[in-house]
Design a binder for this molecule. Structure first.
Ligand SMILES: CC[C@@H](C(=O)O)C(=O)SCCNC(=O)CCNC(=O)[C@H](O)C(C)(C)COP(=O)(O)OP(=O)(O)OC[C@H]1O[C@@H](n2cnc3c(N)ncnc32)[C@H](O)[C@@H]1OP(=O)(O)O
Ligand SMILES: [Co+2]
Length: 134
């Protein structure tokens, strides 16, 4: 059911500094920062030949990544994102298998303009998983 690895997300305490490190030190193509208020995050994407790195920083009150950053002050890997061909079919199958879909269970439009969902990290070996419609 799961397909390509779309991105690995890293929460960072300073988005500008992290962008500069990926661009200047690691020599990667790094996007501009984009605010996504409906997700409570600001994102930067690092383009790699085979996948992407999503750099994340909390945005606004009640950001879902605020607690993670408070517990990992220098940053850390936050989630991985797999592509699926049919996000509603994937959601329904995973719910039937007993996995918890976060939020209200309805996909939101994610950073790439496509529907996304999140699965509880305790149900997938301590890893927060995002599914994105391919
Ligand atoms: C930009 C849009 C989109 C995209 O298109 O790419 C994004 O990526 S948005 C990214 C941000 N959005 C989200 O993360 C939404 C889903 N997340 C959540 O609903 C919450 O963050 C959470 C996963 C339910 C965690 O909630 P929180 O309040 O921070 O913590 P809890 O205390 O409830 O955590 C319970 C339990 O899980 C452990 N945990 C928390 N976060 C992670 C994580 N990222 N990876 C692994 N484990 C995690 C936490 O430590 C707790 O464990 P115990 O202490 O053992 O109970
Ligand atoms: Co993501």
């Amino acid at each position: 059911m799961i397909g390509r690895l779309n991105h690995v997300a890293i929460v960072v305490p300073d988005l500008e500094a992290a962008s500069a490190t990926y661009r200047a030190t690691l020599g990667a193509n790094v996007s501009a920062a984009v605010d996504l208020p409906e997700h409570g995050v600001t994102t930067v994407f690092v383009e790699l030949p085979n996948t992407k790195i999503e750099l994340l920083h909390p945005l606004g009150e009640g950001s879902p990544i605020a607690k993670f950053l408070s517990q990992n002050a220098s940053g850390g890997i936050h989630h991985i994102c797999y592509e699926v061909d049919d996000i509603l079919a994937a959601r329904d199958k995973l719910k039937a298998e007993g996995l918890r879909v976060l939020g209200d269970g309805e996909p939101k439009i994610g950073a790439h303009g496509k529907p996304v969902l999140f699965l509880h990290p305790k149900d997938l070996f301590g890893t927060l998983v995002e599914l994105e419609q391919a």
